[in-house]
Design a protein around this ligand. Structure first.
Ligand code: FMN
Length: 466
């Protein structure tokens, strides 16, 4: 089926902070994002999203402060540009308990935690959510995060992906190979809970990690959580093509998006895998009429913080916007932060030149992704146009003023897309992977699948002594 005729994947893109992508919207009188500290806030959000049949709530995260702008954290703190920011993982059990089908995707970095405890945390979540967990694999881009872990600074951009490759290899061995499906026997007569011969030490000795032993958690519904990734630089794309089951992009224009989708599709094909959905970041402002939506958008722009926007774009690009001439076209440069964000505003579309002032203005509402404003019909038209022109499979919808932004999506936009046959009316049964149409387990040549059929490690002979 051509991509343009397929049902969209729609996720809600948010973060455990009052200022995710539109810094300053917390000042709007109707905004309730201050309630991010309240577990009820997240439960209500999960229920709203499930009412709208959204595929997943997708929680972004950073472990660091945006201190590139003005070479300090003051501007980030004032504008609540992704700070204060709480741990996203702890929201998942509450949201899972309040819902039955909603996917729960969480961002976690391979740069800050050893894979052994992380793999167990994800297995635990996959059990508690009955197989609805997704992992947005990030390598992190904020130097401030690295420094607080006692290392001299961030590992270089491409090297971070080398580490990530091995991190994933360790996780796959723990999730997919360590425990046989029938390891837990619960044989009361023989007094055997787990059959030891069916649990295998992974014997991993690599360049970055040594993990000789067994996984601590028994096999969870998905084993490997559904994997999202947003690498869009050449090295990042190679990583995404190898591991991702959903590829995220944030392209500021349809032209850039079309190029990114084509590049992602090519990379996945070169990796010998079946096509992987590419999902674009998008902010929508929907109301009963175009005029009402426009009015709301003007209100949001009024409270959006222009300095906060520059704090965010400086963090994403690694370029201090406070030090730039606002009217001199931004030039491409090598970045140790998000290379593809620098490229998106410089090299990817040679027909468009962006000055720092234009970029900062663009980023004010909706961050580095586009904004569609209008009635449900107008926004649905815009979405259909983007899909047809780019081949993108879905959208990570970001919020502005909350919770009204989520309610607009669920009560106005979703019914319009459903009426056009663009969006499902009900969830498919099963795990998140099954709901997204990928079957129960990853398929070869995905490395999580091939690790299952690899020969057992020599350590298996001395089982469980590791
Ligand atoms: C839509 C989107 C969402 C992202 N969310 C996060 C996030 O929550 N946390 C994070 O550390 N990085 C996030 N990133 C950055 C990516 O993880 C990754 O660092 C970046 O896309 C790498 O790009 P590169 O390979 O082009 O340098 C996101 C990127 C995109 C495009």
């Amino acid at each position: 089926m051509p991509v343009a005729d397929r049902e969209l994947i729609l996720n809600a893109f948010t973060m455990n902070t009052p200022g995710h992508l539109s810094a300053g919207t917390w000042r709007h009188p109707r905004d309730q994002s201050r309630r991010y500290l309240d577990i009820e806030w997240w439960v209500e959000l999960a229920r709203t999203l499930e009412r709208g049949r959204l595929d997943a709530v997708f929680l972004a995260d950073v472990l660091g402060v945006y201190d590139v702008y003005g070479a300090g954290a003051d501007a980030a703190l004032r504008s609540a540009a992704q700070i204060p920011v709480n741990d996203p993982v702890q929201l998942l059990p509450a949201m899972a308990h309040a819902t039955e089908h909603l996917g729960l995707a969480v961002t976690a970095s391979v740069s800050f935690e050893h894979p052994f405890p992380f793999a167990r945390r994800m297995s635990t979540l996959d059990h508690l959510t009955r197989g609805r967990v997704g992992w947005n694999i990030v390598t992190s881009y904020l130097n401030s995060g690295a420094l607080n872990l006692g290392v001299p600074g961030q590992v270089a951009h491409d090297r971070r992906y080398d580490i990530a490759d091995e991190y994933l290899e360790v996780c796959y061995k723990l999730w997919e190979r360590s425990w046989d499906d029938d390891a837990v026997v619960l044989d009361a007569e023989r007094a055997v809970y787990v059959e030891p011969s069916r649990v295998h030490p992974i014997g991993h000795r690599g360049e970055f990690f040594t993990v000789p032993g067994i996984h601590l958690a028994e096999p969870s519904p998905q084993r490997t959580p559904f994997l999202f990734q947003a690498g869009a630089s050449p090295r990042g794309l190679r990583f995404a093509a190898r591991h991702a089951e959903g590829i995220f992009v944030a392209a500021p224009s349809t032209e850039v998006l079309a190029r990114q989708v084509a590049a992602a599709n090519d990379a996945v094909e070169a990796a010998g895998r079946a096509p992987v959905p590419v999902i674009q970041q998008l902010t929508v402002v929907v109301a009963e009429t175009d005029q009402d939506a426009r009015r709301r958008f003007e209100e949001y722009l009024e409270v959006a913080d222009p300095v906060g926007a520059q704090v965010l774009i400086s963090g994403w690009t690694g370029i201090d916007f406070a030090a730039l001439d606002p009217d001199r076209v931004l030039q491409r440069e090598e970045s140790q932060a998000i290379q593809s964000t620098v490229d998106a505003f410089t090299a990817t579309d040679p027909t468009k030149r962006w000055t720092p002032r234009e970029i900062a203005d663009y980023v004010r509402v909706g961050g580095d992704g586009p904004v569609l404003v209008g009635s449900a019909a107008t926004v649905a038209d815009g979405i259909e146009r983007i899909v047809e022109q780019t081949g993108v499979r879905g959208f990570n919808l970001a919020a502005t003023v909350v919770p009204e932004a989520w309610e607009q999506v669920v009560d106005l936009l979703v019914p319009e897309l459903q009426a056009r046959g663009r969006f499902k009316r009900d969830y498919a049964p099963g795990t998140l992977r099954e709901k997204l149409g990928s079957g129960p387990r990853t398929a070869a040549p995905h490395p999580a699948a091939t690790v299952r059929i690899d020969v057992p490690t020599p350590e298996d002979a001395g089982r469980n002594r590791a």
